[in-house]
Design a protein around this ligand. Structure first.
Ligand SMILES: [Zn+2]
Length: 274
């Protein structure tokens, strides 16, 4: 399923992306509508450690939360480590990462606690939001995953799905947010070797496509890889919505690690358990 991601502009001028595939409150942030004034974090930088004062980031978070309609005090979004670790979180974790210090690190979350929001931070990596439906057709849990290349090939999306199934999920709806496209994501042989060590030669050759002009250069679309892995794990293709926006092709709209050479702000993608 494609083309049902829409950009919204809230009254407070924050711009964000939402998928019609998901009914729970959720959003993928852009870089538009915040208060950061540094050229590289302007203006909706949602991560600490990128050059903004702590209070600036927290003000951006409260603007984003107001625009989308979630409670920033109930958000869990801790330090990410490019792992495939998915944590089940509840009200006892609320606020960890932004409002209070985190007690753990991970790259994926699942929650079935009403009002708890989970969020992942990206700037080229793939943000994945998931909504689990039980047998009666009600939302029984939600999940979020930060899938960089290492998380992607280590299967973080499927690990998230498995936790959601253990909580009674029969059907999952997925939104894969803005991330770097295959054309922009150019990799070298060290990357090829690292991926083939995890995925094996056959899958690596399927997903890492030779550049065509330059030898020793490949391109890969991490969004497609995550989608394929979820489909292999039993998710219906029509239940997966993929943003067509590339963070690196659209530097006015998104922070991109690759486009900026690493000097950049960070997007936040959030989903709230109803
Ligand atoms: Zn691109």
């Amino acid at each position: 399923m494609r083309g049902i991601m829409q950009i919204f502009r809230a009254e407070n001028r924050v711009e964000f992306i939402r998928s019609e595939n998901i009914t729970s409150i959720h959003a993928f942030s852009t870089r538009v509508g915040g208060v950061s004034e540094l050229p590289h974090t302007s203006s909706l930088n949602l991560a600490f450690g990128r050059g903004d004062e702590r209070d600036t980031v927290l003000e951006n978070l409260s603007l984003f939360a107001a625009a989308v309609g979630f409670d920033a005090e109930r958000l869990v979004s801790v330090h990410q480590i490019h792992s495939a670790d998915v944590r089940l979180v509840d009200g006892s974790h609320a606020g960890q990462g932004y409002i209070i210090n985190e007690a753990f690190e991970c790259d994926g979350y699942v929650t079935n606690t009403s009002g708890v929001a989970v969020g992942v931070k990206t700037a080229d990596c793939v943000p994945i939001l998931m909504e689990g439906y039980d047998r009666s057709g009600a939302v029984c849990c939600v999940g979020a995953a930060h899938a960089g290349w290492r998380g992607t090939v280590s299967g973080i999306a499927v690990k998230c799905l498995e936790q959601m199934r253990s909580l009674g999920t029969e059907r999952v709806r997925v939104a894969i947010g803005p991330a770097i496209c295959g054309k922009c994501f150019e990799v070298r042989s060290d990357f090829y070797d690292a991926v083939s060590e995890i995925l094996g030669e056959e899958l690596t050759a399927k997903y890492l496509l030779p550049d065509g002009k330059m030898t020793g250069v490949w391109h890969t679309d991490l969004r497609r890889m995550n989608k394929d892995f979820l489909v292999s794990a039993g998710v219906a293709e029509c239940d997966i919505d993929i943003s067509e926006d590339c963070t690196c092709c659209l530097p006015e709209r998104y922070f991109s690690h690759r486009f900026s050479g690493g000097k950049r702000g960070t997007q936040l993608s959030v989903i709230v358990m109803p």
